[in-house]
Design a binder for this molecule. Structure first.
Ligand code: NAD
Length: 506
């Protein structure tokens, strides 16, 4: 309770000290780190210069030469140690996520837990970077594939998962034998410094980590562009808006690099009459209002069956009215601030556009909490049709509600947007659920039944189609994007039979 009374800036400075961030990095520069809780300055950071970025890239290329030769399970030991450091620092790092990104504590801690989970996953993976053995058509031959480290991975991240996204990439990249160069969002640099300090502790404990294996670039898009354009960085994993991906994707393609793009979503849920409505209400409330609507997987569109429309909207309105908006450090608060004034303006403008398109808006009002903090009540907007504004991702807690009478119509409308990240259906009807999951169903990278679209766990591959960018990260076989595949054919006979029966007698 005493901590709630600290200003967000003092609170953050105390946490940064406990996390071992060098105080010299927190003053003297021109880049201001703020807390969205009250908009006040926490620290002043110094941008990475182009020469320093060049040195980081060159250092990663050098580190790669050593790290690729370290046996993968030994690389996994580094990630195990990183997981230990994260476990020990979970409370503090979670608190810093709250103070810098505005998440309520359960979600700040959840983000750190996700880092721990991916470390555990990657440690196991370090003994499972399997290739295949493949039957060959030639006698006395063997064919196989081998996965090799590929080189430095550039990781560009968004403000809304300031620590987890780095770990999804870095934990896999390290066990795969690749160095990582991180360009975090300019809005969440303090958490990036803290994670880097924890990594450095793990690296010291490991004892055999080459200098340059992990580095941090502080700055805006220009410093990100240096990574994007550099041939020594064969993989760029970029998380953020579709506008960013539209720039980054072609630049990486221009030099034949590999881009893993994790971009905007416009996630939906379809609510069918057979659903458990109590469960659906809870699932929808978390997915739409959690993280103040600032998750890439936030529920933004609800397709509500006509036969249950009025009753369910009444229940939703009550849920929206009851949710507590405020300082996320305060007990009972479920919705914290938007990241900054631009985000608040975008929300206000979207509600205005929705009204102009015939929408009825419930909620969305300004809430005065602290200083310049941008707090809004989550908004529920009944829309007569899927207008332009609904097809667009507004990164704020706005849930558009649309009526449908038949599942095929709802699935078609759900898919009729440029994005393809996350989707879900609430139903107890097996046929509805299976149709939704089928080839003719949801076109998203994530399709769920009886849970909302947000809140993925790390065991599955994460990402989406269309303007969401097509990348996959975290679990399943997402690791393959951080390695190069070699197909090997070995002849252990004394003749040279050619494939396809080709003869070449000299
Ligand atoms: P943003 O696009 O403004 O910034 C993301 C990152 O890209 C930042 O680090 C930024 O500095 C960098 N960047 C921007 N332009 C660049 C360029 N031309 N070259 C190199 N780097 C550049 O996004 P944001 O506001 O921080 O985050 C919100 C967005 O991220 C939303 O659209 C959300 O849906 C999306 N997001 C997607 C996922 C996913 O996994 N699909 C996860 C989280 C967030």
């Amino acid at each position: 309770e005493t901590e709630t009374r600290l200003s967000p800036a003092d609170d953050a400075r105390a946490v940064l000290a406990r996390l071992g961030v060098d105080p010299a990095r927190l003053s003297g520069g021109d880049r201001i780190a703020r807390s969205p809780l009250d908009g006040a300055e926490i620290a002043r950071l110094t941008d990475t210069t182009p020469a320093e970025a060049e040195a980081a890239i060159a250092g990663a290329a050098e580190a790669f030469k050593a790290w690729r030769l370290v046996p993968a399970p030994e690389r996994g030991r580094l990630v195990a140690l990183l997981g230990e450091e994260l476990r020990a620092a979970k409370e503090d790092l979670g608190r810093l996520v709250t103070l810098e990104a505005g998440k309520v504590p359960a979600e700040g801690l959840g983000e750190v837990q996700e880092m721990i989970d991916i470390c555990d996953f990657a440690v196991g993976l370090s003994r499972q970077l399997h290739g295949l053995t493949i039957a060959t058509e030639r006698p006395d031959h063997r064919m196989m594939e081998t996965w090799h480290p590929i080189g430095p991975v550039g990781v560009i991240t968004a403000f809304n998962f300031p620590v987890a996204v780095w770990s999804w990439n870095a934990a896999l990249a390290f066990v795969c034998g690749d160095p990582v160069i991180w360009k975090p969002s300019e809005k969440t640099l303090l958490t990036a410094l803290a994670v880097t300090a924890l990594f450095e502790k793990a690296a010291r404990r490991h004892g055999k980590v080459p200098a340059g294996l992990a580095s941090l670039l502080i700055g805006g898009r220009e410093i990100g562009e240096k990574l994007v354009d550099d041939r020594r960085v064969p993989v760029i994993s970029a998380t953020g808006s579709t506008a960013m991906g539209r720039k980054v994707g072609p630049r990486v393609a221009e030099r034949f690099g590999r881009a893993i793009l994790e971009l905007g979503g416009n996630n939906a849920a379809i609510l069918q009459p057979s659903a458990d409505l109590e469960l659906a209400l809870r699932g929808i409330a978390f997915a739409a209002m959690g993280t103040a609507g600032q998750r890439c997987t936030t529920l933004r569109r609800l397709f509500l069956h006509g036969s249950i429309y009025d009753g369910f909207v009444t229940r939703l309105k009550a849920a929206y009215a009851s949710v507590k908006v405020g300082d996320p450090r305060e007990a009972g608060v479920l919705v914290g601030p938007l990241i900054d004034a631009d985000a608040a303006r975008a929300m206000d403008a979207a509600l205005e556009a929705a009204r102009a398109a015939g929408g009825t808006v419930h909620g969305g009002e300004v809430v005065e909490v602290m200083g310049q903090g941008q707090y809004r009540r989550p908004a529920l907007v009944e829309m007569p049709a899927q207008a332009d504004i609904v097809r667009h991702e507004t990164f704020a807690p706005i849930l558009y509600v649309l009526r449908h009478d038949d599942l095929a119509e709802a699935i078609a409308a759900q898919n009729d947007v440029p994005q393809g990240l996350a989707s879900s259906i609430f139903t107890n009807d097996l046929r509805d659920a299976e149709r939704f999951l089928s080839a003719a169903g949801s076109d998203c990278g994530i399709a769920n039944v009886n849970i909302g679209p947000s809140g993925a766990e790390i065991g599955g591959a994460f990402g989406g189609e269309k303007e969401t960018g097509g990348g996959r990260e975290a679990g399943s076989d997402a690791w393959k994007a951080y390695m190069r595949r070699a197909t090997n054919t070995i002849n252990y006979g004394s003749t040279l039979p050619l494939a396809q029966g080709v003869t070449f007698d000299i």
